[in-house]
Design a protein around this ligand. Structure first.
Ligand SMILES: NC(=O)c1ccc[n+]([C@@H]2O[C@H](COP(=O)([O-])OP(=O)(O)OC[C@H]3O[C@@H](n4cnc5c(N)ncnc54)[C@H](O)[C@@H]3O)[C@@H](O)[C@H]2O)c1
Length: 448
């Protein structure tokens, strides 16, 4: 065995233990920024890299652009050496670099890895021997081995190779999925076990040592592909189960059964059942997107992922179900949707968060508008909404007063700050897609 390689491995582990290791995190978004704060809280000196100049400036002035992260937390991290930059040449000074950039779908519903490849192309010229590079962005199995590692090897001027055995010197590359659940405070971040798969044994060992300094439990798997697939299994499991309850909800409505009462009863079973809840459709950066990374990759193996396709079909139809239910509820009151005034409550894709990516609200508002309704919205987290990749709304948040002016108030996101009793008392009609009005008995509520 090459003792020089083993010695340098021990040296990096020592730097991690003594907190001398410098950590670079690329992508200061919902995943990267909290991760940077976690490392900073454990006395690491962290540099945040982002191409968005406004985010870099905000962080360096001690501010925050994510509601649940307070400016005081950024300032505390600054005292521990945290700063942000858009200058990739600073990668050279890092011992470990963690990539947390977006992995969306393109307009053909296929993986868009341009953020990952753009990042890797930008950092490759500055990597150095024994540096640890970890991809955290959710992606299909094979990305780290087939795209990231070869790009790093081709793009660095030193001719560095990815270390695949303990004897081989080079740069260490690994994949470790992010498992954050925004808005869920029941599990502390450091209590969420961290899965790690390296391109070689040294990468696995170093990544485990690094994450082991901030997470209580690290699970080492045999390869980056296993780690990539683990994340997809977790998200596909959610996607499929949500589709199942969304379908059963529709059947239960026809049968006059309350699906929520059924789920509440079923979840008393102490084994073999986990509760999932129906809703107006999927949202967020993960569940509506990640499964399709796998179905795309599966085609390379002449394989159809039918569960994913069926779940996708059911879940993407849910906003149309809300449209139909609202139309029917108005019809029962001798009103047409065309010409009606509708208030949509909640833009965020789930309660109490400031993230509207892929939110079903956006589709629902567009569907109401297409049918000739005049639509207003309220969401305490979004004073305005403009346009994005899949929507063009350009609206301003309406205050929650004079609710009687609307023909229907449609609850799409069940923020806990809403006073649902007061809303039901004032509105002519409430269409509730989240069971937010549970326990309120009133004739003007339509639950769907
Ligand atoms: N948000 C979540 O709850 C969550 C949970 C688990 C996994 N993930 C995954 O984590 C990854 C990141 O998601 P996110 O929610 O943090 O995204 P985000 O959009 O909030 O943040 C990404 C950041 O990367 C920056 N960026 C884009 N290209 C860059 C480049 N070339 N160099 C430097 N910075 C660049 C953007 O400006 C942005 O600040 C995705 O793959 C996502 O699927 C997200």
């Amino acid at each position: 065995m090459n003792t020089a390689s083993v010695d340098s491995l021990e040296l990096i582990k020592q730097k991690i233990e003594t907190r001398e290791a410098r950590i670079g995190i690329v992508g200061m978004g919902y995943v990267g920024l909290p991760l940077a704060l976690l490392f900073s809280g454990e006395r690491f000196k962290v540099t945040g890299f982002d191409v968005a100049a406004d985010k870099v400036a905000k962080l360096n002035s001690g501010g925050s652009y994510i509601v649940r992260i307070l400016p005081a937390e950024i300032q505390q991290a600054q005292k521990a050496g945290f700063r942000a930059t858009a200058d990739y040449s600073e990668i050279a000074a890092m011992d470990a670099v963690i990539i947390c950039v977006p992995t969306p779908l393109n307009e053909h519903h296929e993986p868009d890895l341009s953020y990952v490849t753009g990042t890797v192309a930008s950092l490759a010229p500055y990597i150095h021997q024994d540096q640890l590079i970890i991809l955290e962005s959710t992606t299909y199995p094979g990305t780290t081995e087939e795209i990231v590692a070869p790009m790093l090897e081709a793009g660095n001027p030193l001719g560095l190779k990815v270390a695949r055995t303990l004897e081989q010197p080079g740069v260490h590359v690994a994949f470790s999925p992010e498992r954050e659940d925004p808005g869920n405070d029941t599990v502390a971040r450091h209590d969420i076990p961290k899965v790690v798969g390296g391109c070689g044994p040294a990468a696995s060992e170093l990544a485990s040592a690094l994450y082991g300094s901030i997470f209580r439990r690290v699970i080492k798997v045999s390869s980056p592909s296993v780690a990539e697939m683990t994340k997809l299994l977790e998200n596909i499991y959610r996607c499929v189960n949500i589709a199942l309850v969304n379908e059963l909800k529709q059947l239960c409505m026809r049968m006059g059964i309350d699906i929520h009462e059924v789920i509440d009863a079923a979840k008393t079973k102490p084994f073999g059942f986990q509760a999932f809840y129906p809703g107006p459709g999927l949202g967020g950066h993960c569940i509506p997107i990640d499964p399709f990374y796998l179905s795309w990759k599966a085609k390379e193996f002449d394989f159809r992922t039918r569960f994913i396709e069926l779940a996708g079909e059911i879940n993407t139809a849910m906003p149309y179900f809300v449209l139909d239910q609202t139309t029917a509820a108005l019809n029962d009151r001798s009103k047409s949707l065309k010409g009606s005034k509708i208030l949509v409550l909640g833009l965020a894709y789930k309660r109490d968060i400031d993230d509207l990516r892929e939110s079903p609200s956006l589709t629902i508002i567009e569907l109401f508008r297409e049918k000739g309704a005049t639509v207003a919205y309220n969401d305490p987290y979004f004073p305005t909404v403009g346009h994005g990749r899949h929507y063009d709304l350009n609206m301003t948040c309406t205050p929650l007063d004079n609710l009687a002016q609307y023909d229907a108030v449609v609850i799409v996101t069940d923020h806990t700050t809403y006073d649902y009793k007061a809303i039901v008392a004032q509105a002519k009609l409430v269409v509730d897609t989240r069971n937010a009005t549970k326990g309120i008995d009133a004739k003007n509520i339509v639950r769907c």
